[in-house]
Ligand binder design. Sequence first.
Ligand code: BTN
Length: 329
Amino acid sequence: MGEHVGSEIRTKLLQMFSEAKEGYVSGQAISNELGCSRTAVWKHIEELRKAGYEVEAVRRLGYKIIEKPDRVTANEIMLGLETEFIGRYVQYEESVDSTQKIAAQIAYEQAPEGTVVIAEEQRIGRGRMNRSWYSQKGKAVTMSLILRPKMPPQQAPQLTLLTAVSIVLALRDVTHVQADIKWPNDILMNGKKVVGILTELQAEADQINSVIIGMGINVNSVEEDFPEQVKDIATSLRIESGEKINRATLIQRIFFHMEKLYKQYLEHGFKPIKLLWESFALSVGKEITARTLSSTLKGKVLGITDEGVLQLEDNYGNVHLVYSADIEV
Ligand code: BTN
């Protein structure tokens, strides 16, 4: 699973840093916790540095991690994670066909709610409407989150909208470029797509067993990384913001907002999420074309219903409910 020898010590160390007030951990505390000499502590810190962590040493205060490497293993996700259950169990994979497939499998095997599968490389990424999802190895976020809400399957689309809102909030935390939502679940920057969300279900007729929420984010890719056919429609956070972004930090912010909104959703329903969603949505009040598998509909977007279904008003004033489509703004 891509982890290395000595990772148990590293995990313990990183755990200490992530729990430390102000981030400082003394050499003595490390030596006590790991049951090793001060020289060994120094060696472990050197190991961290070699692995790409920037560690500061301050007299009397101890060590502090200033920057972590741009990796997305369980360790980097854990360091600084502010959630109770989302992302508390991470299955990291170097290379997979699709994180959705693995998440579905472990969800079936009873993986706890909040478990995520994260991959450094995805070879056969899946998109909505049977499309494929391409992502650049090491420069993207490709992950699938397992939730187990006790609710009927018809409500699952609301979770997709909740995810889109959470990602927009997280993007606000890590970049200054505005992100907009294009119904139902694309996130755009300056009119180009940076995030795709794919929600899949394991359910009985009246009860969800698990929801697998797949998120694909173009983070640090540069223009040359995109295949010719998507260059005009896709972009990355780095291209739009001009900055390299630490993927683990972005993932943590997503988990933080998702957990908060998910708890709120379970307690108070979809209304508060709907209001946030509408405030971030690009198309509310605009004329759009919605293409479903069987028809094309033009009209003005009124908003979404309390169930998360798109409301479209045609030229004759008839209001249509659109459950699934591609829209052109
Ligand atoms: C879309 O916009 O069509 C949705 C794209 C979803 C891509 C993500 S990447 C992680 C997860 N694994 C997949 O195979 N797909 C989703």
